[in-house]
Design a protein around this ligand. Structure first.
Ligand code: MTE
Ligand code: MO
Length: 347
């Protein structure tokens, strides 16, 4: 198995998980994708100096050190995190940004504390509407803009974890040591690494990372007028075979993963004849809220030739994955069935 990451940029580090590593339910920490706007801290922040502050529209601001965090009840939650721009390079029409294929996604089991409990301890003022997160990473570039983003209070209260463990290990440095937020089922941009400051606001956070990017808009539109990218969209990926592979006739095992952010995936169908007929897959592995489902399809191939495989997911509300993605200027949320087709040769 090819285990190395595909590096798209070194500074900041942006690298995607190799497709082979997307075949297991857990994505190992060492191959979990890396997405950074700023500089990854070179050394782990000394734990004895680290503090988490919670302030803003609260009655009683809070300061917690690492021991105080660890004394709180630990929640263990699976969550599949995807970068907003994942699959961008597969769009039929180009969009600027990191050229992700399908490896800007991964699933981990995270350990941490619920943000809701902290906010309840602080006591929310009636003005409280949004919650902003700030990390300790140093911004890059001449503008030197800190990566600060907010989520609505409802999401903060319903399903946001402050994680200090990833797959049973302390959160690795490049994934946010000592703590990151995880808005479960929402894209990576809503999951702030190297977290040290939480601020309750009466309105959304303003600034570059809220207003200019992570918004879905068309040419000629103001970025700010576009919708903010929040939940991960309904999508299925094929992880075996790889595009361009040569296979032999007989039984071929097709593997993939399907996910829908906050929604459970209830079905996936596969087509090997350009979408004329569709066959249900079989789910394999764990079924957890906010986590992807791994699936397999045993494909009987009698005739040699070139085949294009497509997978299409359905969520619990009955929504189907679109056959084609909705293009937008920054290339976010590519979940098109055709964009994710895989072509193989059978001899
Ligand atoms: N502090 C900080 N948090 C951040 C970022 C960042 O640059 N700085 N990048 C975000 C983006 S866009 C994504 S997709 C995820 C990636 O997390 P990972 O590198 O652990 O996979 O982190 C998010 N949190
Ligand atoms: Mo991202």
């Amino acid at each position: 198995m090819k285990k190395s990451m595909r590096i798209m940029s070194e500074k900041p580090l942006n690298a995607e998980t190799p497709v082979e590593a997307l075949r297991s339910w857990i994505t190992a920490n060492k191959v979990f994708f890396d997405r950074n706007q700023g500089q990854i801290p070179e050394d782990p922040f000394p734990l004895e100096d680290w503090r988490l502050t919670v302030g803003g529209e609260v009655h009683k601001p809070l300061v917690l050190d690492y021991d105080a965090v660890r004394r709180r009840p630990r929640a263990i939650v699976a969550n599949t995190m995807e970068c907003s721009g994942n699959s961008r390079s597969l769009l039929a029409r180009k969009a600027p940004g990191n050229p992700w294929t399908i490896g800007g996604v991964g699933n981990a089991v995270w350990g941490g504390i619920w943000l809701r409990d902290l906010l309840e301890d602080c006591g929310l003022k009636p003005e409280a509407r949004h919650v902003a997160f700030e990390g300790l990473d140093k911004p890059l570039g001449s503008a030197a803009i800190q990566f600060v983003r907010s989520i609505p209070l409802e999401k903060a209260m319903a399903s946001t974890l402050l994680a200090y463990e990833m797959n049973g290990e302390p959160l690795p440095l490049k994934h946010g040591f000592p703590m990151r937020s995880l808005a479960l089922g929402w894209t990576g941009a809503n999951c702030i690494k190297w977290l040290h400051k939480i601020t309750v606001l009466d309105k959304p956070q303003e600034g570059f990372f809220m207003d200019r990017v992570y918004r879905v808009f068309q040419k000629g539109q103001e970025p700010h007028s576009g919708e903010v990218v929040t939940a991960v969209q309904l999508k299925s990926i094929i992880t075996q075979p790889l595009g361009g592979e040569t296979l032999t006739t007989g039984q071929i095992t097709v593997l993939g993963a399907a996910y829908a952010g906050e929604q459970p995936v209830t079905g996936v169908t596969v087509s090997v004849d350009d979408g004329r007929t569709w066959h249900p897959v079989e789910f394999i592995g764990p079924d957890e809220p906010f986590a992807w489902r791994q699936w397999q399809f045993i494909w009987e191939v009698k005739d040699p030739g070139e085949y294009t495989l497509m997978a299409r997911a359905t969520d619990r509300s009955g929504n189907q994955q679109p056959m084609e993605a909705t293009w937008n200027v920054l290339g976010y949320g590519n979940n098109g069935v055709r964009e994710h087709a895989v072509t193989v040769q059978v001899d």
